[in-house]
Design a protein around this ligand. Structure first.
Ligand code: SAM
Length: 321
């Protein structure tokens, strides 16, 4: 009996020891987790604070107000943007909106405001005319004399060009507004050149994306360096070749465009981000991808690494039938 009782007591002691040890281990894990969480929170707060400090310094250097920076960023995180999964999806959407204008029953008149040296949308099967306006004589002459895809090429500044009382069914403005100081005045003019049922198609880099943000905050020489040495474009920065100087007026942002449309009674029929554009090839592509990811982390997730630019389809009135 003694032996059995002793055995039971030993067993109970063993169980108590085991339970005590389990409690100690659980406490250790909990306090370890606690320390880990506190550390993570501290690192994240410090990273965010450092990021804000860097932004303040850089915005001073770029002579931008901090408010201008935060204006874009705050609106950028309001809601998720739908992303294109491929370039063909994007061009199909643009083509679709242009093709819709055919319903008006006559030739679709398109103004390409800031046409540059190439037009990438295949409009085969659509009866249309294309008028291009650009400030860069070299780029425009390529369209007029080499590609020969414009019905009319006008060498002029969008801030001043006099188009009389002409109006268009489609105004296409791709990667131009960020290059204009006084972009909102140009936006007013683009809208004024639209027929009542017309659509304005705008593409802008998103300063709420890691890539767009760096472009906004860095000087022109850095853009030329990036194009020449990372993207391998030897003529970068020469007349007729990107990159062009950037200004990024406040309207050139997600918040800026949405506010502009709301204030001017315009309907945003489509808002998309690219979800596919990965600049560069080989090692350069890896560096750019990693940098975008690192900037997203440093910004506490405020700057997106999933897209770079925004596309808007904006209608002035409603489609005539
Ligand atoms: C990045 S390129 C884009 C070209 C083309 N739209 C595209 O998407 O490939 C910018 C173009 O905007 C033009 N541009 C910049 N400021 C302009 C202005 N104030 N008036 C007219 N064109 C301008 C430049 O000359 C250049 O051709």
């Amino acid at each position: 009996m003694e032996g059995v009782r002793g055995g039971l007591a030993k067993n109970r002691d063993f169980q108590l020891n085991y339970a005590a040890r389990a409690v100690r281990v659980a406490k250790g894990v909990a306090s370890g987790l606690n320390v880990g969480l506190v550390l993570c929170a501290k690192v994240s707060i410090n990273t965010s604070a450092t990021f804000e400090m860097v932004i303040v310094l850089v915005s001073r250097l770029r002579q931008m107000s901090f408010a201008e920076y935060s204006y874009c960023e705050k609106r950028a995180v309001v809601s998720q943007i739908r992303l294109f999964s491929s370039e063909s999806e994007q061009t199909a959407l643009i083509r679709g909106f242009i093709a819709q204008q055919v319903q008006i029953g006559r030739r679709v008149e398109i103004l390409e405001a800031g046409c540059g040296s190439s037009w990438l949308i295949d409009l085969g099967g659509i009866n249309y005319s294309l008028t291009g306006v650009d400030l860069d004589a070299v780029a425009l002459s390529k369209r007029v004399n080499v590609t020969k895809d414009l019905d009319e090429g006008i060498h002029a500044d969008l801030r001043k060009v006099d188009l009389g009382d002409r109006q268009f069914d489609v105004v296409y403005n791709s990667f131009v507004l960020e290059h204009i100081s006084g972009a909102e005045i140009v936006l007013d003019r683009l809208v004024s050149w639209l027929r009542p049922s017309g659509v304005l198609i705008i593409l802008i880099p998103d300063p709420g994306s890691a890539y767009g943000f760096v472009t906004k905050m860095t000087p022109h020489w850095f853009h030329v360096f990036f194009y020449r040495f990372l993207l391998g474009k030897v003529d970068a920065g020469k007349p007729g070749h990107a990159p062009y100087r950037t200004f990024y007026d406040p309207v050139v942002s997600r918040g800026g465009i949405l506010d502009y449309c709301a204030e001017h009674g315009l309907t945003v029929e489509a808002e998309f981000g690219d979800g596919y554009w990965k600049p560069g090839t080989g090692f350069a592509k890896i560096i750019v991808g990693f940098s975008k990811w690192a900037i997203k982390i440093l910004s506490g997730g405020r700057l997106s690494d999933r897209h770079t630019y925004l596309l808007y389809v904006i209608r002035r009135g409603s489609l005539e039938r």
